[in-house]
Design a protein around this ligand. Structure first.
Ligand code: NOJ
Length: 776
């Protein structure tokens, strides 16, 4: 039979099958039977090569990460040797490539198209660390929903997000991509993101063409590399894994995430990519995950350098461990057939992986309509729309964290600013469009989003005179600046001397009433392979800040950063500090909204800011040790402390100021004894004691005071973000059930243990009210 005709016939019959499925509204069981049957039929027609081909994911398109280059992709698609592609941008191109697969390959199996849609597509939201600081799960879900709408309009049906790696080490550049240090909050965010991408109702996900498959990553423990250096070794007890690091991945699985990405690092001495305990025992057998697992970029071939063996051995180890899709290494299509012939790999393992990839395509509806995500009319109507941008602006303004807001010369706090007079926006981050969206925004319209200077000028036109000077380069070392401004995010290094730039800045500053110092990191100073050992604001910028402060004018440090920085000096000397992270496409307007008081800041940190790098890792949910430092002291001999700095962070987890103030009452518990199947209601009254209406994130922490293993001094177990008008009070209640008190014991049984617990409620992890209850 003519090949083309055969392909069409098969597609035709697939189409009928799935139409039958939806029109008959089969129950979950019968629809999965239908899917199983359909895939079994298809697989019975596939050759070994075609099955292995489904397990191959090359990179393509203008957007590449890593080092691999792939030619001849088209030829491979025609031969049925490709399961999907990623980072190809443009629905027209994707449609063309899909057509190749559907019309030119023997069985016409459609491809899956993935992309790193991490914090928005063309409408960009704040970097994930910033987004997490909103503590607003609806907003986060909405950001993922919009990202899915835009990406799917452009042909993408699969995103490599959410990234949920817990991290306590701000030296690691990828903290910018995660949700900070807390597993409970990270789990809530993971679920919100999965809902946003795949659909709210777990039973109806991926039905519409604006829903895309999520991929939780990087499984597992990628956020804990030795020395905070990317791709470095991770080594951790199972106790710590299960109680502190694994929860957000599992939360994503519980929310129905369709795929999982293996991390680059090793877990217990075996690279995650070859770790059967992790990928099969934990992920599938314990957690019940039934989607597919993809490696990270060249994850299989990197196992040669890890010392696991040659490409054939590494590929076999990965497949046996439970990896289904090989991103870029071409280890599966290159070696697996030979391994089968040599009796090293069972055909059943290949069948299982192939089935999982086909199931994902089926769930995405690609067999029913391979062009489901290829509607050429959609991009113009659904990408970078006014509505999406308005939402991005609102969410960005919620992500900013006001770290300090003192009075200037004994007067009222500097912020918010009046919309009048002259404002000087000074610093290397003041007038850069390409750095606004932040790292990992591969589909961004770089150079189209307004810089801070442009945005402020536009939004205050006719009221405020906005001036600009660059003031300094990013760092004094030119080669460092090159490394920190890759991927089109240049800061156009100024060739003038530091002195000339400072003088210009001073001239501009002298004409202003207020100085907005736009300083910090460039967007590529955080993210993948962007680790730092010195977390200060870079040298030349600090000099600039000192000189600006010496003018005697009020200075607002508008801090751009992808990670917690060490701001001890700045905290001591700068009256107002607004941390704006990288706020996305609408960041400039959102910053203006907050600086000029149209929005009252409400972001709260999700990662501790240390006083210096030597304190790292510093996190709020640590253990007490046998020699804790007595409260209120900062050094005592033979206690767990340092000679040269106290144990406290500069800004604790959960911290963030507002233009108003909130006062907390003592905690009221309706019972002090918690029965096994009972609950306790813990309440506080929160009063807005300031002049502005504002939002407050009320945080619930619990401490298990005595256990069969040691337990953290506090753990986040609940939070509520509430809006309270100036002068008004609200009663905020949390339900405490035994479900919140489970942990993994020494033998990794998931248990609760009777005894005493502290319950703490407050506006950050340090300043809390405390009460006690007993679990029977
Ligand atoms: C490597 C990164 O670790 C991962 O997060 C990303 O999704 C892949 N590259 C694909 O670009």
């Amino acid at each position: 039979m003519n090949m083309k005709r055969k392909a069409k016939l098969i597609i035709g019959s697939l189409f009928t099958l799935s139409i039958g499925l939806s029109s008959c509204q089969h129950s979950a069981t019968s629809s999965s039977q239908t899917m199983d049957q359909f895939i079994s039929d298809l697989m019975s027609k596939m050759t070994v090569e075609e099955k292995i081909g489904q397990l191959n994911l090359p990179v393509t398109g203008e957007i590449t990460t890593g080092e691999a280059t792939n030619s001849d992709v088209a030829k491979k698609i025609e031969q049925g040797l490709v399961g999907g592609l990623f980072n190809l941008k443009g629905v027209d191109k994707i449609r063309e490539v899909q057509k190749l697969a559907v019309e030119k390959s023997r069985l016409g199996i459609p491809l899956i198209f993935g992309m790193d849609v991490i914090h928005g597509y063309e409408t960009i939201f704040p970097i994930p660390l910033g987004l997490s600081c909103t503590w607003n799960m609806e907003a986060i879900e909405q950001s993922a929903r919009i990202a899915a709408t835009e990406a799917s309009a452009d042909g993408i049906c699969w995103t490599f997000s959410p990234m949920v790696d817990v991290s306590r080490d701000p030296r690691w550049g990828r903290v910018s991509e995660g949700n900070g240090e807390d597993p409970f909050l990270g789990g809530a965010i993971a679920q919100a993101m999965v809902r946003g991408y795949q659909g709210k109702d777990i039973h109806k996900q991926l039905k519409n063409n604006n829903q895309i498959m999520a991929c939780v990553k990087h499984f597992a423990l990628y956020g804990a590399p030795d020395a905070g250096r990317d791709y470095n070794t991770v080594d951790m007890s199972r106790n710590r894994m299960f109680n502190e690091y694994l929860y957000p991945y599992q939360a994503a699985v519980d929310a129905g995430v369709g795929s999982v990405m293996a991390s680059f690092n090793e877990v217990d001495g075996v690279p995650a990519t070859a770790n059967k305990w992790l990928m099969t025992d934990v992920l599938r057998n314990q957690w019940g995950f039934n989607g597919f697992v993809v490696t990270d970029f060249t994850g299989i071939s990197e196992m040669i350098a890890h010392g696991i063996g040659d490409l054939q051995t590494a590929s076999k180890r990965a497949l046996d461990a439970g990896i289904d899709l090989d991103m870029v290494s071409e280890g599966f299509i290159g070696t697996v057939k030979q391994s089968v012939a040599e009796g090293k790999i069972e055909m059943s393992v290949i069948d299982q992986a192939c089935r999982r990839i086909l199931e994902a395509k089926y769930k995405l509806g690609l067999f029913a309509d391979p062009y489901k995500y290829c509607d050429l009319e959609r991009p113009a109507k659904e990408i970078f729309t006014q509505d999406h941008r308005a939402m991005a602006r609102q969410i960005a303004s919620e992500s900013f964290v006001l770290l300090k807001n003192d009075g200037f010369k004994g007067q009222t706090p500097i912020l918010p600013l009046d919309k009048k007079g002259t404002v000087a926006v000074i610093g290397p981050l003041a007038d850069t469009r390409s750095n606004m969206p932040g790292t990992w925004s591969v589909a961004a319209r770089l150079n189209e989003y307004p810089s801070l200077y442009e945005g402020l000028k536009e939004m205050t036109a006719g009221k405020v005179n906005v001036l600009y000077a660059k003031g300094s380069n990013l760092v004094s070392d030119e080669t460092y600046e090159e490394r920190a401004t890759m991927f089109g995010r240049s800061l156009n290094r100024d060739q003038r001397s530091d002195k000339e730039m400072l003088q210009e800045a001073l001239r501009v500053a002298s004409r202003s009433d207020v100085i907005i110092a736009a300083l910090g990191e460039s967007s590529e100073m955080s993210g993948e392979s962007s680790c730092r050992t010195n977390l200060d604001i870079p040298d030349v910028q600090k000099e600039l800040l000192k000189v600006l402060l010496q003018t005697g004018k009020p200075v607002v440090l508008t801090l751009f950063t992808g990670r917690p920085l060490t701001l001890t000096w700045e905290h001591a000397h700068v009256p107002a500090i607004l941390n704006v992270w990288f706020g996305g496409s609408e960041a400039a307007y959102a910053i203006g909204d907050v600086l000029f008081g149209d929005v009252n800041p409400s972001g709260k940190l999700t990662m501790t800011f240390p006083k210096n790098v030597g304190q790292i890792p510093l996190f709020y949910n640590h253990k007490n040790t046998g020699r804790p430092l007595p409260q209120g002291k900062w050094f005592e001999k033979f206690r767990s402390n340092y000679l040269d700095v106290d144990n406290d962070p500069l800004y604790p987890f959960g911290y963030g100021l507002s233009y108003t103030t909130f006062q907390y009452s003592d905690i009221h518990l309706d019972h002090s004894v918690l029965q096994k199947d009972g609950k306790i209601i813990a309440s506080v009254v929160v009063t807005n004691t300031g002049k502005y209406d504002g939002a407050e994130t009320v945080q619930l922490y619990i401490r298990d005071l005595v256990g069969s293993i040691t337990r953290p001094i506090k753990e986040l177990k609940g939070f509520k973000k509430v809006f309270i008008k100036a002068g008004e009070s609200q009663k905020i209640s949390f339900e405490i059930t035994p479900g919140l008190l489970y942990f993994y014991d020494f033998d990794l049984n998931y248990v609760t243990e009777p005894g005493r617990f502290d319950v703490m409620i407050g506006g950050n992890s340090k300043t809390v009210k405390t009460a006690q209850f007993t679990l029977e």
